[in-house]
Design a protein around this ligand. Structure first.
Ligand code: AMP
Length: 115
């Protein structure tokens, strides 16, 4: 899929904007969220541009699965057996960057339902 010229996470994947990268694979890049909501708050994104998780799952199922494998690997590397994965989809639930990203959150107690 084409890379929109103004996509923040495409620029992080390309190394054009700095980020604290913690894990890279063929299809995915994981980096720390700039506004962490938990001791571990890492974003896992596909290298290719898709607007949300469902579009990625349709367009590149292997990359979609890789996001989950990377999240598990990062959680384990940071010592967390328990963690939360979130894919915000749509402005109405808080999506602000329209390049698929998995939020990996861990390291503090969490409540349910989420806010
Ligand atoms: P969402 O609101 O689900 O679209 O998540 C976007 C996330 O990207 C937010 O948690 C932001 O804090 C995070 N974010 C925005 N800009 C950056 C950046 N330059 N580096 C790392 N994380 C960022």
């Amino acid at each position: 899929m084409a890379t929109p010229p103004d996509c923040l996470f495409c620029k992080i994947v390309a190394g054009e904007i700095p980020a604290e990268v913690v894990h890279v694979t063929e299809h995915a890049v994981a980096f720390r969220d700039i506004n962490a909501q938990a001791p571990t708050h890492v974003l896992v994104v596909p290298r290719a541009h898709y607007a949300n998780a469902a579009e990625l799952a349709h367009g590149d199922p292997e990359a979609s699965a890789e996001l989950l494998r990377v999240a598990a690997a990062v959680a384990a590397a940071e010592g967390h057996a328990d963690y939360r994965i979130v894919f915000n989809t749509g402005e109405g639930v808080g999506q602000s960057v329209f390049h698929t990203h998995l939020h990996l959150l861990a390291g503090r107690p969490m409540t349910w339902p989420p806010g």
